[in-house]
Design a binder for this molecule. Structure first.
Ligand code: TEU
Length: 526
């Protein structure tokens, strides 16, 4: 890795393309919309954009079911437009990261169609995981991650494996052709100038049918060779391309084993996102994260939200502030004022830590999750259906972004749009538009802009280490960074004094008589 690498301390903005900005008025976000909003992202102060899958897809899982890895879905635009977008982003100083989904394709992928026609025992079938059933039953009792059996039967009686939706057949990564194909897909996009690849579900590619589920597909032997091959591809480009793994592994050592000079550069750290709003839990999370990365000389990342989880304003306003799959929090009332206050404090805490930070679109506006407000017939996430309606699914964090104006579509679509936004935006979102928040110095947007600006200008905040301060009371997280920077997050129930000989740079809420209130963070210069 070159010492000039752009990504170790970067702020990376996640664009969920269907919900970011709609340029052609069909109610669905697209590349034209994205291009028109690039100046907004440059002004926000992020370094890079990660765009979720934009490939042709029947949208069984919001585009994570890819039919063609070398093209753009016509609903989003064209390949030529994607190339323009990359160029325009670069000219604004923004790096571009795309999402590659190696574990599974789509039932509309040419290889899967060929596999269906070719029949059992053919090379076409061996690109996927086809098995005979046990009589009328699936080959084994594996459950898909979205619920229901992980196997679906085809016309000749064989079954194919899908860890996710039936529309997402798993590739067979023991097959050399699959490996070569994906390395070629990487080159296709790297040749078009993308600066990084986010690797979807990176740890589940290899399956071992002799093991109990779900160990059988999580972090199995052989997985590392795949990414060593990918690294050879990125390293063959003279400059600084990055591989970012989506790796949900609770074991820190096994997580860190992916982050090597000959493998994945960096990976999402979901510990922070899953953690409760609790000082001991958060401190342990920070320490464990930094301890996991240090021995392998890797750089940490910090994430509060993404397109798969309940937005953290809503999470932090609930009695149970942890994130978990499984729907048990569906519809639990959330105190949004409290959640927003904590989200502001969390943002400053996160951005003061060494490593890269990820911002999920709408988080900078403080958008809440929409759960019960979305009518059943409009919900699209397969998670909702396949969990037998016990899990709210992920539509609630994917509602189209409000940009301006007093009524839906709030500038998401053009004024003369033919269709409404694909998920409904509540009237109350007029208070969350970019325009409304830009004009309000107390808004979440102004906090994010100022924090990102300071993070850039306050020496190397994204690099280095932290030193916990000991001169604080219980429930207060305070650490020093060099040069001369201190962060204090008050998670105790009482207001606290700031450390002496410090000057305030930024606070998540105004100080009260010079003291930092509960659920608030301060950035200080020593
Ligand atoms: O998510 C991966 C994913 O859903 C799992 O890691 C899951 O969270 C975990 O196993 C829960 O225990 C990615 C995408 O972010 C998501 O949107 C897609 O639906 C999924 O892959 C399938 O492509």
């Amino acid at each position: 890795m070159s010492t000039q690498a752009w990504w170790p301390g970067a702020a990376i903005y996640q664009v969920y393309v269907r919900s970011f900005a709609d340029g052609n008025g069909d109610g669905v976000g697209d590349l034209a919309g994205m291009r028109s909003r690039l100046p907004y992202l440059a002004e926000l102060g992020v370094d890079a954009i990660w765009v979720t899958p934009w490939y042709p897809s029947p949208m069984a899982d919001g585009g994570y079911d890819v039919a063609d890895y070398r093209a753009i879905d016509p609903a989003f635009g064209t390949l030529a437009e994607a190339e323009k977008l990359i160029e325009e982003a670069h000219s604004l100083g923004l790096r571009m990261i795309i999402d590659v989904v190696p574990n599974h394709g789509s039932v509309d992928h040419a290889w899967f169609k060929a596999a269906l026609v070719a029949g059992p025992g053919t090379p076409e079938r061996s690109r996927f995981i086809f098995r005979d059933g046990r009589g009328d039953q699936p080959p084994n009792d594996w459950e898909s991650i979205f619920g229901g059996p992980a196997w679906t039967r085809v016309h000749d009686g064989q079954w194919y494996l899908h860890l996710f939706d039936p529309g997402q057949p798993d590739f067979n990564w023991q097959n050399r052709e699959v490996r070569a194909e994906f390395e070629d897909v990487l080159r296709f996009w790297l040749d078009r100038g993308v600066d990084g690849i986010r690797i979807d579900s990176a740890a589940v590619l290899i399956k071992d049918f002799d093991l109990p589920h779900p160990e059988s597909y999580t972090d199995r032997d052989g997985i590392h060779e795949i990414y060593q091959g990918w690294r050879r591809v990125t390293d063959s480009y003279a400059d600084d391309r990055v591989l970012i793994g989506e790796i949900w592994l609770p074991d820190h050592e096994r997580f860190a084993a992916y982050l090597r000079p000959d493998e994945i550069h960096t990976a999402f750290n979901f510990m922070f996102l899953s953690a409760a709003w609790d000082p001991a839990v958060l401190r342990e999370c920070v320490d464990a994260t930094l301890a996991a990365h240090a021995p392998v000389d890797a750089h940490a990342t910090w994430v509060l939200s993404n397109h798969d989880v309940t937005r953290h304003v809503t999470r932090y306003g609930r009695p149970d502030t942890t994130f978990s799959f499984g729907g048990k929090l569906f519809g639990t009332p959330s105190d949004l004022a409290l959640g927003t206050r904590r989200a502001r404090a969390a943002a400053l805490l996160m951005m003061a830590l060494p490593g890269a930070v990820y911002v999920y679109q709408g988080e900078e506006l403080g958008l809440p999750e929409l759960e019960t407000e979305i009518p059943d017939e409009l919900r699209q996430d397969p998670f909702y259906r396949r969990s037998n309606y016990t899990d709210p699914g992920r539509d609630g964090c994917r509602v189209p972004i409000p940009w301006s104006g007093d009524t839906s579509p709030f500038g998401f679509s053009p004024a003369d749009a033919r269709e409404k936004p694909w998920l409904p935006q509540p009237d109350g979102w007029r208070a969350y538009t970019v325009t409304a928040e830009s004009g309000n110095p107390d808004s979440m947007l102004c906090l994010y802009r100022e924090a990102l600006r300071l993070r850039r200008s306050t020496g190397a905040l994204g690099a280095g280490t932290i030193e916990w301060r000991t001169d604080v009371t219980d429930g207060v997280l305070a650490f020093d960074r060099e040069p001369g920077f201190t962060c204090v997050a008050n998670l105790s129930p009482a207001s606290v004094d700031l450390p002496p000989h410090t000057e305030v740079l930024l606070t998540s809420v105004p100080l009260e008589d010079g003291r930092l209130a509960p659920d608030a963070t301060a950035w200080l210069r020593r």
